[in-house]
Design a protein around this ligand. Structure first.
Ligand code: NAD
Length: 384
C-alpha cells in the first residue's frame, strides 16, 4: 500500500497532512510512504526529515498523485488534482463537502474513495481523529494573540511605580472548542473574561476556566439532536441582543466563534453594539469565513468602524503550521490506523459511524446523506 503525502497548492495553506515523526509507524505497519518534495516546507518539516523517517521523496507531483493508493492532504484538492488520482484511490483531507459538493461529485466520477476530515463524528470514540477540534483549538488560541497584539492596552493587571493598569476585559461569544481555548488563553494572559453561548451546557466549562458565564434564558430548545447549536428564532435573537449588548459595549476585546453547522454564522455583534464600544477596542471574528458574527466583518481584512478594529482572519490554523500540522497529522494517522488492515487493505465498514459519516464518495457514488442533500440543492439551483 502506497501512502502519499501531498504538497498543498492552496494559497496561504502552510500545513502538511503527515509529519516525519509519524511516518515510522506507517512504515512499520508495512506501508510505503511517498512524500512530495517540499510538502513539509511551509510547516518547517524539511524533506530530509521525511527521508530519515523512511519516506521516499517524489519530485513529480503528477506521478505521486497517480501512484498513491492513499493520498493524504489538508485543504480540498483542485479539480486538476482530482483528475490525477487513479480509480479506487483513497483521498483523506478537509474536503469541504458541504460547502463545495461538486468536488465530491467529481471524486465519485473518478471512483475515488474520499474521506472528509470535517465529517469525523464528534464522539469520544473518534476523539483522536477529530480534526475540527484540533484545528479549532489552534484558532481559538491564535485569535487571542491577534487581539492582544492589536489592542492598544495591556491584557494583565499591572501594579507599577507608574501607576496601576486595570486588566483588559475580554468577551468570548460561542464557547465551543475554539471559544473555550480562547477563554483559557485570555485568562493566561491575565484578562478578565466573560463568555456567552446559547448551549447552556457549556456554563460549567466556561466557569471552570475562570471566566464568568453570561446566561441568556431562552424560551426554546437551542441544541439539535447532534449536540450542535440550532439557529434560533427572531424572538430569541432579540432577547440575546438585549442581554449581551452591555457586555460587548464594556469589553476591550470581543472574540466571536459562534457557528451553526451548515448555515451562515449568526450575526451577534450589531452596529449599535460596536458604536457603544470604546475606540481602540478590538473584535476578532473567527466566524469570518462563514459570514461573520459581527455585522462589519470582512473575511481576510481588518476593518475600523467607530474606532473599533474588526479583524476577520481566515484559515488561522495555517498561521501556526507546526503544531496545527502535528495535531492534524495525529488525527489523520489515527484514522489511517483505524482503517488499514493487517494485510495492507482498507476496511470500509459502512455500518461503522466513523466510516459512514466520513466517507463522502465510494465506488462511483456520492455517500453521506448531508452531502447528497447539499449536492441536490446546489444542482436544483443551477438548473433553475
Ligand atoms: P461550532 O464551531 O459549530 O460552534 C461554536 C459555538 O458557537 C458552539 O458552542 C455553539 O453553541 C455556539 N453558537 C451557535 N450559535 C450561537 C449563537 N446564536 N449565540 C451564541 N453562541 C452560538 O461548535 P464546535 O466548537 O465545533 O463544537 C461544539 C459542539 O461539538 C458541541 O456540541 C460539543 O460538545 C461538540 N463536540 C464534541 C466532541 C466530542 O464529544 N468528542 C468534540 C468536540 C466537540
Amino acid at each position: 500500500m502506497k501512502i502519499a503525502i501531498a504538497k498543498e497548492v492552496e494559497v496561504g495553506e502552510h500545513r502538511v497532512a503527515l509529519i516525519p515523526d509519524l511516518i515510522g509507524r506507517l512504515v512499520k505497519a508495512g506501508a510505503e510512504v511517498l512524500v512530495e518534495c517540499g510538502a513539509g516546507e511551509g510547516s518547517f518539516f524539511p524533506d530530509e526529515q521525511y527521508e530519515k523517517a523512511g519516506a521516499k521523496l517524489c519530485s513529480d507531483k503528477a506521478s505521486l498523485w497517480r501512484e498513491a493508493d492513499v493520498l493524504v492532504k489538508v485543504a480540498p484538492p483542485k479539480d486538476w488534482e482530482v483528475d490525477l488520482l487513479k480509480e479506487g484511490a483513497i483521498l483523506i483531507g478537509f474536503l469541504n463537502p458541504l460547502g463545495d459538493p461538486l468536488i465530491v461529485r467529481r471524486l465519485a466520477e473518478r471512483r475515488v474513495t474520499a474521506m472528509s476530515m470535517e465529517l469525523i463524528p464528534r464522539t469520544s470514540r473518534a476523539q483522536s481523529m477529530d480534526a475540527l477540534s484540533s484545528q479549532a483549538g489552534v484558532a481559538g488560541y491564535k485569535a487571542v494573540l491577534i487581539a492582544a497584539a492589536a489592542l492598544p492596552k495591556f491584557f494583565p493587571m499591572l501594579t507599577t511605580a507608574a501607576g496601576t493598569i486595570r486588566p483588559a476585559k475580554v468577551f468570548v461569544m460561542g464557547a465551543g472548542v475554539a471559544g473555550l481555548q480562547a477563554i483559557a488563553t485570555a485568562r493566561r494572559l491575565g484578562a478578565v473574561v466573560e463568555a456567552f453561548d446559547i448551549r447552556p451546557a457549556v456554563k460549567e466549562e466556561v466557569q471552570s476556566l475562570g471566566a464568568k458565564f453570561i446566561e441568556v434564558i431562552l424560551q426554546e430548545d437551542t441544541v439539535g439532536a447532534n449536540g450542535y447549536a440550532k439557529e434560533i428564532s427572531e424572538e430569541s435573537k432579540k432577547r440575546t441582543h438585549e442581554v449581551i449588548s452591555d457586555h460587548v459595549a464594556t469589553a476591550d476585546v470581543v472574540i466571536t466563534t459562534a457557528q451553526v453547522p451548515g448555515r451562515k454564522a449568526p450575526v451577534l455583534v450589531t452596529e449599535d453594539m460596536v458604536a457603544r464600544m470604546v475606540p481602540g477596542s478590538v473584535i476578532v471574528d473567527l466566524a469570518a469565513e462563514s459570514g461573520g458574527n459581527c455585522v462589519y466583518t470582512q473575511a481576510g481584512k481588518d476593518v475600523v468602524r467607530d474606532g473599533v478594529t474588526v479583524i476577520g482572519p481566515v484559515n488561522l490554523p495555517s498561521s501556526m503550521p507546526v503544531h496545527a500540522s502535528q495535531m492534524y497529522a495525529k488525527n489523520v494517522l489515527t484514522l489511517l490506523q483505524y482503517l488499514l488492515t493487517k494485510d495492507g487493505g482498507f476496511n470500509l465498514n459502512f455500518e461503522d459511524d466513523i466510516v459512514r459519516d466520513t466517507c463522502v464518495s465510494h465506488a462511483g457514488e456520492v455517500r453521506n446523506e448531508r452531502v447528497k442533500n447539499a449536492l441536490g440543492s446546489l444542482l436544483s439551483v443551477v438548473s433553475q
